[in-house]
Ligand binder design. Structure first.
Ligand code: 3HC
Length: 311
């Protein structure tokens, strides 16, 4: 019986059909989607912290408004993705508990400090740039709610990338000190942005199965190469140097060769020992605890509203 169900499921995937919450699916398909989608949601929520650090210190009202809008978007993406993940049978509270207890992963990229205003430019340009490259294929992923969430998210990410690159253009064309700030931010964010796209395909534990189930449509290495090939010309256009002495255009392959990524650093960060992991979790758990009264008040208000409706 199950064999038959599995065969029908595989045939649906082969026909590029969307799997919906009420459809039959292999338990492993459900589990790997809960894993990836909840971690994606956690990444959006934690991703608000590095940028939140600069909202009160933005250099102009225009910059403050754009950064505020971007951080609010990230919150929305997180809530969108938590809702999509709940369709697979895990509760919001369970996901929060997994994040707050350190059981769940979130993107390595958000464990680095944002020490100058130029970091806001580098994050929008590089981190959201890499995010778009990683998320566009996900608009075509086999699980319906995830694919539909990604379509909305990708539209907003393009604005994030543009506002970041505009900050970098302004700084790179500014005073020598401003240009140095932009170069320093590029130096600190370039390699972590390459790592954000995941381990190399030969060591990636999920890629093979995720590709079979059309959860992952392009491999980590392909997406990384696409990001590099797209971003190097953008750096050159504003006179910034990519901090990789081995970066070189390969005419034959039609893409850039690049230097060795420090995977020890990557796994250290993923394991919780990055520069800012402790601060991010402290800030997140602190916000959750300090916000308890808001959640309680909202519940009481909703109950009162319900009672009034029933009178
Ligand atoms: N940070 C933290 N953990 C990572 C990671 C990263 N950058 N890359 C991989 N890992 C983890 C995986 O989660 C997996 O661990 P697990 O089994 O406990 O989940 C392990 O390392 C093995 O890696 P794999 O490559 O085999 O794992 P995946 O196939 O899941 O690929 C991924 C990793 C490419 C990040 C994939 O999960 C993915 O595409 N996720 C959706 C996009 C996403 O989550 N982006 C995160 C950034 S959010 C964002 O960009 C928001 C924007 O507004 C800035």
């Amino acid at each position: 019986q199950i064999k038959n169900l599995e065969e029908q499921f595989e045939a649906r995937i082969a026909r590029d059909e969307k799997i919906e919450p009420k459809d039959w699916m292999p338990e492993k398909y459900r589990k790997t989607h809960i894993r990836q989608m909840s971690q994606h949601a956690h990444s959006e929520i934690i991703g608000m912290l590095p940028e939140g650090n600069w909202i009160t210190r933005a250099p102009s009202l225009r910059r403050k408004v754009a950064l505020l809008a971007k951080v609010q978007d990230e919150a929305g993406h997180g809530l969108y993705l938590y809702s999509a993940t709940e369709t697979l049978g895990i509760s919001r509270d369970e996901m929060y508990e997994q994040l707050h207890s350190g059981k769940a992963k979130y993107s390595s990229i958000f464990n680095y400090p944002t020490i100058t205003w130029a970091d806001m430019g580098a994050i929008g340009w590089l981190v959201d740039g890499a995010a778009i490259i990683n998320q566009v294929p996900l608009c075509n992923t086999s699980y319906g709610p995830y694919a539909r969430a990604m379509i909305r998210v990708c539209k907003e990410e393009s604005f994030h990338q543009r506002q970041g690159y505009e900050i970098m253009i302004k700084l790179a064309n500014g005073t020598p000190e401003q240009k140095e700030m932009a170069q320093d931010a590029l130096n600190r964010w370039w390699w972590p942005s390459l790592m954000m796209l995941g381990p190399t395909d030969d060591v990636s534990v999920h890629t093979a199965q995720s590709m079979k189930w059309k959860l992952k449509r392009k491999s980590n290495d392909d997406l990384r190469q696409q990001f590099i090939d797209q971003t190097v010309p953008q750096a050159e256009l504003i006179g910034l140097t990519i901090p990789d002495p081995d970066l070189k255009w390969n005419e034959e392959k039609g893409c850039y060769d690049f230097g060795e990524i420090n995977w020890d650093e990557f796994w250290q960060v993923v394991k919780g020992h990055g520069p800012m992991n402790k601060e991010r979790m402290k800030a997140r758990v602190g916000a959750w605890e300090r916000g308890e009264w808001v959640r309680d008040a909202a519940m009481v208000h909703a109950e009162k509203k319900q009672e009034r409706k029933q009178k």
